[in-house]
Design a protein around this ligand. Structure first.
Ligand code: C5P
Length: 283
């Protein structure tokens, strides 16, 4: 018998960079939440001691470069497991988009193998193991709304955002996270009022959430990729609120409270951009 896990996409309600670290990473302070756009991960035991990944994607490799593969390998080593696993991935989250698809797949494999192999590891331990795979993996292990600090390994749960719809649009480019971080001048960063976003979540104040949400990487990506700036202007002009780039981009999202408004913005953007989604906020 196999196990199934959902791997939802994340969006950044905020992303602040506090400084550069000695290990080459950046000290971040961000608020992330999950949305109803997810990959499906199916795990099945293999008689031989191998990891096999199958997926239909032009963009994601099925070998050890795949974060889901890495997650299985890291967990196998951590727990001295001699069983093999077949990981079937049904990908829906756009790749290299700033939506944490690869990290969420890895986190889903950790949760799923924890069940398949009856390891009974607490989520905290899975998150710790996940931090070796990627900075966003610890957040994705919990799949909630959280304040995330450090390199990404410190995850503090927050109340979920007020119910709303999320319109996402991804221009036809992939963005390298490490390149965007490299191009950021940390001296120039105008820091966010993260505590106001936390207050907005506690008060379930949609307007306030939209007012304070911001992403300091946006400037870097928007300067480098004019098509992302154009998309942000289009989404804002169409009437979405809290329009923001997620992660290092290039996906731009906007929020609306009414589904009807969401549908009209979604339809308007589809004429302009191939990859557009209208989903519910989860958190
Ligand atoms: O951890 P992950 O492999 O997902 O990060 C991709 C790249 O993003 C890193 O190689 C690093 O250049 C950059 N990064 C960073 N600071 C973070 C997270 C990521 O500089 N907190």
């Amino acid at each position: 018998m196999g196990v199934l896990e959902k791997a939802p996409a994340k969006i950044n309600l905020s992303l602040d960079v506090l400084g550069k670290r000695d290990d080459g990473y950046h000290e971040v302070e961000m608020i992330m939440t999950t949305i109803d756009l997810y990959d499906r991960i199916e795990l099945e035991s293999l008689a031989n001691d191998t990891i096999h990944v199958s997926l239909a994607s032009r963009y994601v490799p099925s070998d050890e470069r795949n974060l889901a593969y890495k997650a299985a390998q890291v967990l196998k080593d951590h727990c001295n497991i001699n069983n093999g696993v077949h990981i079937r991935m049904d990908k829906n989250i756009p790749v290299s988009a700033g939506l944490g698809g690869g990290s969420s797949d890895a986190a889903a494999v950790l949760r799923g193998l924890n069940r398949l192999w009856k390891l009974e590891l607490p989520l905290e331990e899975l998150a710790h193991i996940g931090s070796a795979i990627g900075s966003d993996v610890p957040f994705c292990v919990y799949n909630n709304t959280a304040l995330v600090k450090g390199r990404g390994e410190k995850v503090f749960p927050l109340p979920k955002p007020p119910p709303c719809w999320v319109i996402l649009a991804k221009p036809d480019i992939g963005v390298s996270t490490s390149k965007i971080f490299q191009l950021l001048n940390t001296e120039d960063v105008v820091h966010l009022r993260t505590e106001e976003i936390v207050n907005a979540l506690i008060a379930k104040d949609f307007q306030k959430l939209c007012t304070y949400s911001a992403n300091v990487l946006e400037k870097v990506t928007l300067e480098r990729y004019p098509e992302v700036l154009e998309l942000k202007k289009k989404m804002t002009g169409a009437g979405a609120l809290g329009v923001l780039m997620s992660g290092s981009g290039p996906t731009i999202y906007g929020l609306v409270q009414q589904e009807k408004k969401g549908i009209s913005i979604y339809n308007g953007l589809r004429g302009f951009c191939d990859e557009v989604y209208l989903v519910r906020m989860l958190g």
